[in-house]
Design a protein around this ligand. Structure first.
Ligand code: URA
Length: 232
């Protein structure tokens, strides 16, 4: 990434300096997904578009499955679509999404190339209220199918709601940060950080979010021997 642009992303995060690591020589290129994987994604997209598994289908504009490459090492999971996401059909495209993009770019990730972004809920709760347990239970099978297809090497849960629902805990976010969790039966390493909407309201915590991102990046590098975030 161009150094000046990276500096802009870091400034958006309230971070002064970050030194880029070059991708390792001979890093594997992204392989196209096999045809049956493409069909599985298409089936998932159709099911979410037509989903009536919970009452949210009555108030949403559309189901929001996710965005990103169909196979990649990084999976970011948020809470649920907001108003802008509900309108446009893509996760994290409102103001919080712009900050999330800046956060991800600061560690070399981009939704068009090497990170998939999804939510626990695929439908917007009215007035952005917290997801209800029955809504999470109804929607979780979609996320599990996404994980099975993506085969991520690392997951990043953004915000308390995502973290608690992915980890099946009621522990506060402060206790969940700074450690490596495992996601369900897939056993995918999972790191927790603040939700970008919270960071917009509480910019003094951006520095802690940056610590979380560096922690996640370091974990990923240890897991992959220094990969650059592209899938295999
Ligand atoms: N907040 C979320 O958790 N997800 C989105 O997609 C948008 C805002």
């Amino acid at each position: 990434m161009h150094a000046a642009r990276q500096q802009q992303y870091l400034q958006a995060l309230g971070i002064e300096l970050w030194v880029a690591r070059a991708p390792p020589a001979g890093a594997p290129a992204t392989a196209p997904p096999p045809a049956d994987t493409a069909a599985a994604w298409e089936g998932l997209r159709r099911e979410v578009a037509a989903c009536t598994r919970c009452a949210l289908h009555a108030t949403r504009t559309q189901g929001v499955l996710g965005v990103g490459p169909r196979r990649c090492d990084w999976l970011v999971v948020g809470e649920a679509p907001g108003a802008e996401e509900d309108r446009r059909g893509e996760p994290f495209v409102g103001p919080a999404g712009q900050l999330l993009d800046a956060m991800l770019r600061a560690i070399g990730l981009d939704r068009t190339s090497n990170v998939y972004i999804a939510n626990v809920l695929k439908s917007r709760p009215p007035h952005n209220r917290d997801p209800r347990p029955e809504e999470v239970a109804a929607c979780m099978p979609y996320l599990l199918r996404q994980v099975a297809l993506l085969q991520p090497k690392i997951m990043l849960a953004v915000g308390r709601i995502a973290a608690q629902n992915l980890l099946g805990t009621e522990a506060p976010l402060s206790r969940l940060r700074g450690q490596v969790h495992r996601f369900g039966e897939f056993n995918v390493p999972l790191v927790v950080t603040y939700h970008p909407a919270y960071l917009l309201r509480t910019p003094q915590d951006k520095r802690k979010a940056w610590e979380d991102l560096k922690f996640a990046r370091g974990l990923y590098q240890r897991l992959t021997g220094g990969g650059d975030g592209h899938g295999t």
